[in-house]
Design a binder for this molecule. Structure first.
Ligand SMILES: Cc1cc2nc3c(=O)[nH]c(=O)nc-3n(C[C@H](O)[C@H](O)[C@H](O)COP(=O)(O)O)c2cc1C
Length: 392
């Protein structure tokens, strides 16, 4: 039976993240939507990131008085109103003008941390200046270590609370849609250019008057004639340093006195090594299915990692989270909080800053009702006994 869903473009009518995804698809040019949506190779991991949640079923308690429910979550000594952060995503200015700032302000209003990507289209100093924001900075390790060092220094000067090193991207993932849609780097195919004509709103918001946004934090890495989106896209990939290893983390630990997190770890052994290197937080992640295809999902290793290092560091997860039930399952298996990638990007594309706020409030409502329906009033009551693992 075909059951029609909302087919308009008004983010306020979205009942869930999937609705926002469909609105984003309608609003964005194809090549931008595919940049956000797509995964690597034949996208097995992208699909697994969603289906993994079906393996866990709730065992609810009833008759427990689930009056007022609270989601407050302490992270690094600061209490946030829910167990979420907006994770780092590059090139957000392609979705809407000032995409990074809109995400950061929505995160600030919701009281959750925002993680700026080093390939952002906004200077890190501008994000750090957002009043009241818990701002964390993600960095990639480039071959030019002096540049990495200067970025760390800028983060310290600007007042970032934490640095996040992405560990799963020493080599760029094989994202075929980002090739298929272009005749040359950042030059869309004729079919994509024609489709662009059906998106005048996006063109005037994003392209007018200066063309594609640029990578504002990387000016010192890029030669002056390569600072436009096309030039930069040819340099950033090859600049990723494939020799990234634990010595680099030790080096950074010496350099950066603030909170340090590693994002992209999936193995319990690596989680233990991270903590032994003085890391304060781990983000279990497969990069939203954009890097190693056929990789585990964080949900596959979360309980084991929690048992190994849960008492010694803050534990985060991302990849595939679209529902309050997903987040509650991760909390039950030991995550302190979930980082959002596409969920808030779809909100951003669908409705700018208010669209992001809408995405966050949908997830908050879903978490509150899931918690109550499970028979609890606070996240601390959740543990693995709330779940049964289904065997297929
Ligand atoms: C469009 C896009 C850009 C991304 N850019 C970055 C990035 O610059 N740095 C990074 O560490 N992760 C990046 N990621 C990965 C996200 O931080 C996160 O791991 C992933 O999106 C989580 O999966 P989800 O989108 O299914 O929630 C990006 C993800 C997307 C969708």
């Amino acid at each position: 039976m075909k059951r029609p869903r909302y087919t308009g473009k008004n983010y306020k009518k979205a009942l869930n993240i999937e609705d926002l995804e469909r609105i984003a698809k309608r609003r964005l040019p194809n090549f931008v939507f595919e940049y956000v949506y797509g995964g690597s190779d034949d996208e097995h991991t992208l699909r697994h990131n969603r289906s993994v949640f079906d393996q866990y079923l709730f065992e609810p308690k009833t008759m427990t008085n689930v009056g007022p429910r609270k989601l407050d979550t302490p992270l690094f000594g600061r209490t946030h109103p829910m167990p979420l952060a907006i994770g780092p995503t590059g090139f957000n200015g392609m979705l809407t003008r000032d995409g990074d700032l809109k995400l950061a302000r929505a995160a600030r209003d919701a009281g959750i941390p925002f993680v700026l990507s080093s390939v952002s289209t906004t200077r890190l100093e501008e994000i750090a200046a957002v009043e009241g924001l818990t701002a964390w900075m993600q960095i990639y390790f480039y071959r030019d270590r002096e540049f990495v060092k200067s970025m760390i220094r800028r983060c310290a000067d600007a007042g970032f609370d934490a640095i996040v090193v992405t560990t799963d991207s020493a080599i760029y993932g094989n994202r075929e849609w980002d090739v298929r849609n272009f005749r040359q780097p950042m030059k869309p195919t004729l079919a994509n250019l024609l489709h662009l004509l059906t998106k005048p709103g996006w063109m005037s918001d994003v392209l007018w008057p200066d063309g594609l946004p640029t990578f504002k934090n990387l000016d010192d890495l890029l030669p002056p004639d390569k600072r436009n989106a096309q030039g930069a896209s040819q340099i950033i990939g090859p600049q990723l340093d494939p020799t990234l290893n634990w010595d680099d983390i030790a080096w950074l630990r010496e350099l950066w006195p603030g909170k340090l997190m590693l994002k992209g770890i999936l193995s319990p052994n690596e989680a233990e090594m991270a903590v032994d290197h003085g890391v304060d937080g781990i983000v279990l992640s497969n990069h939203g299915g954009r890097q190693l295809n056929h990789s585990l999902s964080p949900m596959d290793t979360l309980a084991e990692v929690k048992a190994r290092v849960g008492e010694r560091c803050q534990l985060f997860v991302d990849s595939g989270f679209r529902r309050g039930t997903d987040i509650i399952k991760a909390r039950a298996l030991g995550a302190d909080a979930v980082w959002l990638g596409r969920a808030t990007l779809y909100g951003l594309a669908a409705g700018g800053q208010p669209g992001v706020a809408h995405a966050l409030s949908l997830l908050k409502k879903e978490m509150e009702s899931t918690l109550g329906l499970l028979g609890h009033t606070h996240l601390d009551a959740l543990d693995a006994t709330c779940l049964r693992q289904r065997r297929f």
